[in-house]
Structures are given as C-alpha cells and as structure tokens.
Ligand binder design. Structure first.
Ligand code: HEM
Ligand code: HEM
Ligand code: SF4
Ligand code: SF4
Length: 400
C-alpha cells in the first residue's frame, strides 16, 4: 500500500508530520448531533420547501433549513453566514454541491426563529439575502463556472446568466410544484468546468469564431510548440510571416502560427496556452442550451443532455432571450410531464420531436452535427426520430 510505504500511519495521521497541509478530517466539522448519530440515520422528510428533517435510530432529529447561496460572495456576506451559524446552529454550517447553504439545528423549536431571522435579512434592493427553498420537486441553485469575472476563455458570463435565470424562475426555487427536481447548470465554455452535460437544462457558453492571431507578439508571449500541441484537431502549424510592426512601422520577419479555419472547432485550448490567440468575439460568442440530462438513477438510467437551442446571443446585462427560452422549456415541462418524471424522461416518453413542438423551440440543422457526442449517440442512433407537422423547419433545412 502506498500509504504504508510512504510512512503514513492511518491510526496516527498526524505522526511525524511537519505541516498541516491537506484536508482536515471531515469528522472535525460535523455538528455534534450528526457525529453522535453517525451511521444511525433512519429516514428523512421534507417538511416544507427548504426545510428537511432527518430522524436517527435513537430518536434524535436534525432540522435543516436550506437557502440559496452563490459561488462568489463578499467577505461581509461570508461573515454574515457565520454570524447566523453562531447564533442558531452552534457555529456549524454546510454548503451543498450546488452552493446552497444549509443551517442545521437539533430541535424543532429552533427552526422557526432561524427561518424568521433568515427571511428578515434583505439585500439593499429588497430581495432576500437568504432565500429559503431548493429542495424536492423544484429548482435548486444553479451551479456555475467562473465567466467573465475570472476565466480567460468564457464565451458568455456565468454569474450574470445565472442571476437572470434564477430571477426568472425564483418561484420554482421557493416551491415544490414541478413534476420532479429541476437541475439547471451553467458552464461558460466547452471546457465545461461545470460538467453541465448531465443536467435537466444546461446553459453553455459557445464560441463561433476561430482565434485571432497577434503575429507581432506571438513569439514573445508564447511557446509556439505548446500552442500547436494544445490544439485537439491539429489545426495550428508554425509559420514564418512578413509583417509590418504596428508600433514602429518597420517591416520584419516573425515566427508565428497559421490556423486551418476549416479544422478549428473554436474550443479555445490554444488561447489557454498562448495569449496571442484570443478568440472572444462579440458576435461570435453566445449560448447553447442543452436539455434532458440527469445524474439520478431513479426511474431510468442517468443520461446526457442534448443540444436543443444552437445559439442565443450574449445580451448582457439581463440576457432576455436566454431567460425567456428557459422559461418556455420549464413551463412546457411543468404542464406536460407526469409526476416524478425528470425533463429528459418526459422528452423521451413523448419523443424528442414532440419536445420541440410542445416547447415551441425551433429544430434546426445545427442541432444535428454541432456536438459530436450527443448528436452521434442520440439523434442519429434511431430511425424513429421523425420530423412531424410541427417541424416546419424541415422545409427550411431542405431548401438550404
Ligand atoms: C463520492 C462521493 C460523492 C459524489 C460523487 C457526489 C456527487 C454529487 C453530484 C453529481 C450531485 C449533483 C446531482 C444533481 O444535481 O443532479 C450531488 C448533489 C448533492 N450531494 Fe453529493 N456526492 C458525493 C458525496 C456526498 C456526500 C458524502 C454528501 C453529504 C454528506 C453529499 C451531499 C449532496 C447533496 C446534499 C447534494 C444536493 C445538493 C443540492 O442540490 O443542493 N454528497 N452530489
Ligand atoms: C437512512 C438514511 C437516509 C436515507 C434512506 C435517505 C434517503 C434519501 C432519499 C431517497 C432522498 C431523495 C432522493 C431523490 O429525490 O431522488 C434523499 C435526499 C436527501 N437527503 Fe437523505 N437519506 C438518508 C439520510 C440522510 C442524512 C443523514 C442526511 C443529512 C444529514 C440526508 C440529506 C439529504 C439531502 C440534503 C437530500 C436532498 C433533498 C432535496 O434536494 O430535495 N439524508 N435522501
Ligand atoms: S467553463 Fe471554460 S470559460 Fe468557464 S470557467 Fe471553465 S474553462 Fe473558464
Ligand atoms: S480554438 Fe481549439 S480547435 Fe481552434 S485552433 Fe485553437 S485549439 Fe485548435
């Protein structure tokens, strides 16, 4: 065992260690009631949207109040979370994978004061600072990536798009009236740090133009072989070029690269390696919507989402087309799906061509080929995929 040969003794984890680098044992952070009942939990229920109760063998109970959080928060906000945790929860608090914040208390009489306190805290504009909800058959927090605020390759913003969609669907966060859970996720480029491909609805940033080449500075800023190696489609090759310097007007020969635009799939990998190959572009960049994925094993196996809207332009700061399109999908799902059916299960039951009819989304040829995996494994694998009356777009495809 690697552990043993490296001198690590699992019985005495701190033995001979000279730093405290690395995770603390999670057990240090468990609220006492969770620690005391470790492995002895029997059942749980959702008492109302945002409030869960877990019951242990010996009768102990944990009441959890879940509130929407965010991925980027100010120090003041983090302090406020701690203050609430100190006041109501003996200093314990937890975050879910979807950045919800969970305040846990060990008896029922502590729930109401906690809820009142949370509801009373408002943003300057009047909205809830700690909106309660995100459980059960509703919308939970939208997990997202970094967007324009931090990353270098985004094709759209993350926090901005998520904020407008959450505003649009806020009531679904506070209620549990959808057929089943609705997971929406967001990633701002195809690198997909958000792993959005298995959510009910995925918002995905998408570039549509190849990188620009800054010939004059490329050799100063980049390792050319590294940029070439970064390209998954081998679209980049080295190229000596004659250029006129933008600064001095002097003509000179530089080492640069050439991009075979036919091969480029606008992934941005080269830009990650080489800052002289930027591909952000106001017209080229935008959003793709995918739908129908899920992680859960309930009813049917986990599935990947499929591209359902090939392009939505970037419309900061409020992305109205994005918000409207997502609402359209959610409303059709809410109205038509059976109880417990996830969005993808519903679409599969009625047939994806019907999904386009019912949601009013346009089926275009872009949906067939743009994304190899979903297209390859889904649309194309069955001869049952048919255009029906509602698919008048078919005529447009044939005419092209
Ligand atoms: C290897 C271990 C784990 C993996 C791979 C994992 C994976 C995931 C994934 C993929 C989701 C999102 C599912 C979706 O939204 O469709 C999720 C949600 C969640 N996980 Fe885990 N998880 C693990 C362990 C745990 C543990 C140990 C806990 C709690 C002690 C936990 C608590 C949660 C909760 C509460 C959510 C829902 C969060 C929300 O919707 O707000 N997970 N997990
Ligand atoms: C015998 C023990 C337990 C069982 C059988 C159990 C079972 C379940 C089931 C069936 C779900 C719903 C999954 C779905 O909707 O697809 C769920 C959700 C959840 N459970 Fe448990 N659970 C247990 C213990 C716990 C404990 C000890 C905790 C935390 C202290 C916990 C936290 C959660 C959370 C946060 C959710 C997600 C609720 C939501 O998003 O609606 N569970 N659990
Ligand atoms: S999804 Fe892409 S653009 Fe967004 S944070 Fe991740 S790597 Fe950066
Ligand atoms: S954007 Fe991607 S496919 Fe296009 S040249 Fe760069 S690395 Fe290659």
């Amino acid at each position: 065992m690697a552990f043993v040969s490296s001198g690590y003794n699992p019985d005495k984890p701190m033995e001979d260690r000279i730093t405290d680098i690395g995770n603390h044992h999670y057990g240090e952070f468990l609220p006492p009631v969770i620690k005391n009942n470790f492995g002895k939990w029997q059942w749980h229920e959702i008492l109302e949207p945002g409030v869960l109760m877990h019951k242990a063998e010996g009768g102990d109970e944990v009441y959890t109040v879940r509130v929407g959080g965010m991925r980027l928060m100010s120090v003041e906000f983090a302090r406020e979370i701690c203050e609430i945790a100190d006041k109501h929860c003996d200093g314990y608090v937890r975050f879910t994978t979807r950045n919800n914040i969970e305040f846990m208390v060990d008896s029922k009489d502590k729930v109401e004061p906690l809820k009142q306190d949370l509801m009373s805290r408002k943003m300057e504009g009047g909205s809830y600072k700690f909106p309660i909800g995100g459980t059960g058959a509703g919308l939970t927090n939208i997990i997202h990536t970094q967007g324009w605020i931090h990353c270098h390759t985004p094709a759209t913003d993350a926090s901005g798009t998520v904020k407008v969609v959450m505003d649009e669907l806020f009531e679904e966060f506070q209620n549990m009236r959808l057929p089943a859970q609705l997971r929406i996720s967001m990633a701002c480029c195809l690198n997909m740090c958000g792993a959005v491909h298995c959510s009910d609805i995925a918002i995905l940033g998408y570039h549509r133009k190849p990188p620009m080449i800054d010939d004059e500075f490329l050799d100063n800023l980049c390792e050319i072989p590294l940029a070439i190696a970064a390209c998954p489609t081998a679209a980049i090759k080295p190229k000596k070029k004659e250029i006129t310097s933008e600064r001095t007007g002097e003509k000179k020969e530089v080492k640069s690269v050439e991009i075979n635009v036919e091969k480029c799939m606008y992934c941005g990998n080269c830009y990650t390696m080489c800052p002289s190959l930027p591909l952000a572009n106001a017209e080229g960049d935008g959003i793709v919507l995918m739908a129908g994925g899920k992680v859960s094993n309930r009813i049917s196996a986990p599935k990947f989402s499929k591209v359902v809207v090939a392009f939505i332009p970037n419309e900061p700061p409020r992305w109205p087309t994005l918000a409207k399109t997502i609402r359209q999908i959610v409303e059709a799902y809410e109205k038509n799906a059976r109880k417990y059916e996830r969005l993808g299960e519903w679409a599969e039951r009625i047939g994806w061509e019907k999904f386009f009819e019912v949601t009013g989304l346009e089926f275009s040829h872009h949906l067939i080929d743009d994304f190899r995996d979903p297209a390859y494994y889904t649309w194309r694998q069955t001869s049952n995929f048919k255009f029906t009356e509602g698919m008048n777009d078919y005529a447009a495809i044939k005419a092209e």
